[in-house]
Design a protein around this ligand. Structure first.
Ligand SMILES: CC(C)(COP(=O)(O)OP(=O)(O)OC[C@H]1O[C@@H](n2cnc3c(N)ncnc32)[C@H](O)[C@@H]1OP(=O)(O)O)[C@@H](O)C(=O)NCCC(=O)NCCS
Length: 167
């Protein structure tokens, strides 16, 4: 990132609908799942209410834990997102961990992933999540680079190539 770039990781706001849809389209275009709690046709205020409820653990599907969905705002453009899962389940302990993140393909390799994880970890600490568990496939060089930049080393690697990090 250059010094002129100011990236802020934050929750969604009332004026974000178009920016969110643009980000969603860029990320789903490469086949990734993004904001799976966003049902087609929902109004923006309804979606913001789903987000509020998810943070407080209201109306979650069976097995889901409270979560916070965050977007990375770079001067009014959403370049990526992250999720904080407020607690671990057995499944999340094996894969997923407390935090996930993604950068839209056209904005990768500019340091945004690293900055998103740094700020998301700080927000997770504010929620009482410390240490935070991150998981990543051993062959995901980008994600490993992000985790390495933020300052962690792998604590375990499973036989099927899933690395876990406590940060
Ligand atoms: C992983 C991801 C978030 C990285 O985002 P990013 O903005 O490109 O990350 P950064 O620019 O901060 O890069 C971090 C480091 O990884 C390196 N890196 C990034 N992508 C890389 C790649 N494809 N191959 C090799 N190294 C890579 C960068 O060079 C950088 O290293 P450096 O600081 O030594 O130069 C992005 O590739 C992505 O969204 N991938 C799909 C979703 C995903 O895999 N999420 C993580 C799930 S565990």
């Amino acid at each position: 990132m250059t010094r002129a770039d100011v990236l802020t990781v934050r929750t969604l706001m009332p004026g974000d609908e178009q920016r969110f849809l643009t980000l969603r389209s860029a990320i789903t275009h490469e086949g990734a799942i993004f904001a799976k709690d966003y049902p087609p046709g929902i109004s923006w205020p309804e979606y913001l209410a789903i987000q509020d409820n998810a943070r407080s653990g209201v109306g979650l599907p069976p097995g889901a834990v409270p979560y916070t969905f965050l977007v990375a705002d770079l001067g009014g453009v959403l370049v990526g997102s992250s999720d904080i899962r407020h607690r671990l389940t057995e499944k999340l302990t094996r894969w997923g961990g407390h935090i996930g993140y993604v950068v839209a393909p056209q904005y990768r390799r500019r340091g945004y992933g690293t900055e998103i994880l740094r700020q998301t970890l700080s927000l997770a600490t504010g929620l009482g999540i410390r240490p935070a568990l991150l998981t990543c496939r051993a062959d995901n060089a980008g994600s490993r680079g992000v985790i390495h930049n933020v300052g962690s080393v792998v604590s375990t690697e499973t036989i099927d190539g899933i690395c876990s990090y406590w940060m």
